[in-house]
Design a protein around this ligand. Structure first.
Ligand SMILES: Cc1cc2nc3c(=O)[nH]c(=O)nc-3n(C[C@H](O)[C@H](O)[C@H](O)COP(=O)(O)OP(=O)(O)OC[C@H]3O[C@@H](n4cnc5c(N)ncnc54)[C@H](O)[C@@H]3O)c2cc1C
Length: 290
């Protein structure tokens, strides 16, 4: 099916994009188009005006800032993160998730920020953001505001972005120790959305967990913050009984549905197994580095 008719705008500055968002009829931002265009073709979305931000210079970055935070611009593609030679050292969770998002063609165009804005419960990046306690910077006519991802995503395919706000970047806060972590995803075939996915972020001081976060993909009506599971890890040395408890708490935090991808019990089992496996991978890497 073809999309409905729409007006097409190509602003070259953030200010011009915000002006268009404020004044154009029924506007929608187009970033990588990897979710929006399929939605338009299926007529699930029929915006009257498409505001293509791809000609705005200077939004395609991902970098560690001097203050220790990590910033990802609105036009940073999944593939930019996948191909990065520094990301694994700076943000190991993001580096392990990048090759698991969609397929190479989608990764070439789709953006990190666009994925969080799409707020698909099966989106991989939102879970990573939850685990890392990241925020999205929204810019509108009144200026900028940073919104923690746990408030930014307000429901399935819903965010708190105002109609005239552009998400300009994602911020990952400063690590409170050596940042470790990883992402695991069960998919029916390579390139598919997650049957179940787990993002674990750990900030380590030696072998002690200073801070932890766990986000779950595809096992509830929205991205899940498994905060009780993460709390169980804090202050621990990742002893086996602590890890087992966190794995069980993460599974309990999920609310999967039985469907053609597997039963709810099976998906809960996957969540628990993935938490254990990610932490074992972190510990193995630590031992090899020592
Ligand atoms: C075949 C296929 C497989 C896929 N598999 C996966 C997968 O396994 N895991 C996964 O996580 N994703 C998957 N995706 C989705 C893909 O990752 C998209 O790239 C992503 O969800 C959206 O990013 P985008 O830049 O393409 O956004 P777009 O499609 O351009 O936009 C998506 C939505 O976000 C809004 N938006 C985008 N950027 C901004 C911004 N800066 N400010 C305000 N609003 C904005 C748009 O208005 C729109 O509502 C898949 C897509 C396809 C087509």
């Amino acid at each position: 099916m073809y999309p409905s008719r729409f007006r097409y705008e190509q602003p070259t500055t953030v200010a011009a994009a915000i002006e268009l968002l404020s004044t154009a009829e029924d506007p929608k931002v187009l970033a990588g188009g990897q979710s929006l265009i399929p939605m338009m073709k299926l007529r699930f979305a029929s915006p009257a005006t498409l505001i293509d931000i791809n000609n705005i210079a200077g939004l395609d970055y991902h970098r560690a800032e001097s203050d220790g935070s990590y910033r990802i611009g609105a036009l940073c593609r999944h593939a930019d993160l996948e191909k990065s030679t520094t990301l694994a050292g700076d943000q190991p969770l993001l580096a392990s998730a990048a090759p698991l998002v969609a397929d190479p063609i989608v990764r070439t165009r789709g953006t990190f920020v666009g994925s969080v804005c799409h707020a698909d419960p099966q989106g991989d990046w939102a879970s990573c953001m939850v685990a890392l306690d990241g925020s999205i910077v929204a810019q509108g006519p009144e200026g900028k505001r940073a919104v923690n991802v746990k408030q930014f995503v307000s429901g399935p395919f819903q965010t708190v972005l105002a109609h005239n706000e552009l998400a300009v970047e994602a911020i990952i806060p400063v690590a409170t120790g050596v940042r470790r972590g990883g992402y695991l995803k069960l998919e029916r075939r390579v390139g598919d959305f997650a049957t179940a996915g787990v993002a674990v972020a750990l900030d380590m001081a030696g072998d002690v967990v200073n801070n932890a976060g766990i986000g779950l993909t595809g096992v509830g009506p929205s991205t899940i913050d498994a905060s009780e599971a993460a709390a169980a890890l804090k202050g621990s040395r990742l002893e086996p009984d602590v890890v087992a408890q966190a794995a069980e708490l993460a599974a309990a935090a999920s609310s999967p549905r039985s469907d053609h991808r597997g039963s709810a019990d099976y998906k809960r089992h996957i969540i628990s197994t993935f938490v254990t496996r990610i932490i074992a991978n972190v510990q193995r890497a630590e031992m090899q580095a020592a």
